[in-house]
Design a protein. Structure first.
Length: 392
């Protein structure tokens, strides 16, 4: 409320200065030439008023909030730059507001003699604004304060959707663990072999829950750009470290795991987060590629970019789904994804890391042929210590 009051007072001051300035100029013109003393005083007062007017106008023009002042007939008297942009005004003092919703809100404020606030959609600008209408008792008009909340509401909607999805995803393994625990309790004496099978499934559900929680924590950390370290990082070395982490999973499926890594491909970024990105790409490729398939990782330097790609010979991704695979919790085939241990967050993490490092990720996929994910990052400055040559 203090911020709103400051905005309204600034607007009132600007309008009042304009009125006072006009009156003083008229008075100065009517003053006789012989009364030089009075003329000088009036000139000094005119200069002071003009200075205050310019200061008020400058303050209003620099505000992010739109400020619109209407007179008692709801005709615009003054509009700052933000208001002109939001309402699509071509001139500083337009002939009319152009929005029936804003006029209705202003009329309510005048009739009820109180502040009125509402979120409105502006067309054709396609923005959502929080509008506060404040009646001006002395001058019989209304001050309108406009705040663009399009991005804020969009962020809130994404957060609500994320919480709902996360709750649903967490509920599934927890419910499974509860059911399996009860089954084990009932079978432990009557059918020990069945109890053992249930125990193995319980371990699987616990691991799935652990992966989901871990991915949620990773995403939470990635939401804050301050968590990104800006150090010279050898992407080649990071890739080799992640290869060691997934070798066992690839071997268990008898995969042909190949890699082609150029020496010393440097980027500016966070070693841990880049490793997380590569690990998720490799996990995704191994998880959705059938046994005896092939997964290939490559890292190279091209001009002013570091290029990392992961290819597989898996099931591929339908064209209509390719634009959504980087969304949180999106799965092309939900049942198969859960069966394979996917959380639906891996590719979202990949996208977050790439964008936090000033890069982007792209996808090339064809059903039945496989997929290739390519990450392009700005090149970094190498450190003095060089890395040894890597054989693929």
């Amino acid at each position: 409320m203090n911020e709103t009051l400051l905005i309204v007072l600034s607007a009132l001051l600007a309008v009042t200065c304009l009125v006072l300035l006009a009156r003083l100029r008229a008075l100065a013109r009517s003053t006789e030439e012989s009364r030089n003393g009075l003329s000088r005083r009036l000139s000094s007062q005119l200069s002071d008023v003009e200075r205050e007017r310019r200061r008020s106008v400058e303050l209003l023009e620099k505000m992010d909030e739109g400020v619109l002042v209407l007179n008692d007939t709801l005709t615009p008297v003054m509009a700052n730059g933000a208001a002109r942009r939001l309402l699509g005004f071509d001139s500083p003092t337009p002939a009319h507001v152009g929005s029936d919703d804003i006029l209705s809100l202003a009329r309510r404020a005048m009739v009820e003699s109180r502040h009125v606030e509402e979120a409105l959609q502006l067309w054709p600008q396609r923005v959502t604004v929080r509008v506060r209408a404040i009646p001006l008792e002395d001058q019989g008009g209304v001050a309108i304060v406009l705040q663009d909340v399009t991005e804020e509401l969009g962020t809130q909607r994404i957060r609500r959707q994320f919480v709902a999805n996360a709750s649903h995803e967490l509920k599934s393994p927890v419910a499974g663990m509860q059911a399996l625990s009860e089954a084990i309790r009932d079978a432990v004496h009557d059918d020990p072999s069945m109890a053992e099978r249930f125990s193995e499934k319980l371990i699987g559900e616990a691991e799935r829950l652990g992966r989901l929680i871990s991915d949620l924590l990773d995403l939470s950390r990635l939401e804050d750009p301050a968590n990104v370290s800006r150090r010279s990082t050898n992407l080649s070395r990071v890739a080799l470290e992640q290869i060691e982490q997934v070798q066992t999973a690839a071997s268990s499926k008898e995969m042909h795991f190949k890699y082609h890594i150029d020496d010393d491909v440097w980027v500016q970024g966070d070693h841990q987060q880049l490793g997380l990105m590569i690990r998720n790409l490799l996990d995704n490729a191994i998880r959705y590629t059938p046994e005896r398939g092939a997964v290939t990782l490559s890292v190279s330097a091209k001009r002013d970019e570091a290029v990392l790609s992961v290819s597989d010979t898996g099931m591929g991704i339908p064209l209509k789904a390719q634009a959504r695979v980087f969304e949180r919790f999106y799965r092309v085939d939900k049942d198969r994804s859960r069966d394979r241990g996917g959380t639906g967050l891996g590719l979202s993490i990949v996208k977050h890391v790439a964008e936090l490092h000033g890069g982007h990720v792209s996808l090339d996929s064809e059903l039945g042929e496989g997929s290739t994910f390519t990450v392009r990052l700005p090149s970094g400055t190498p450190e003095r210590t060089a890395m040894r040559s890597v054989a693929s």
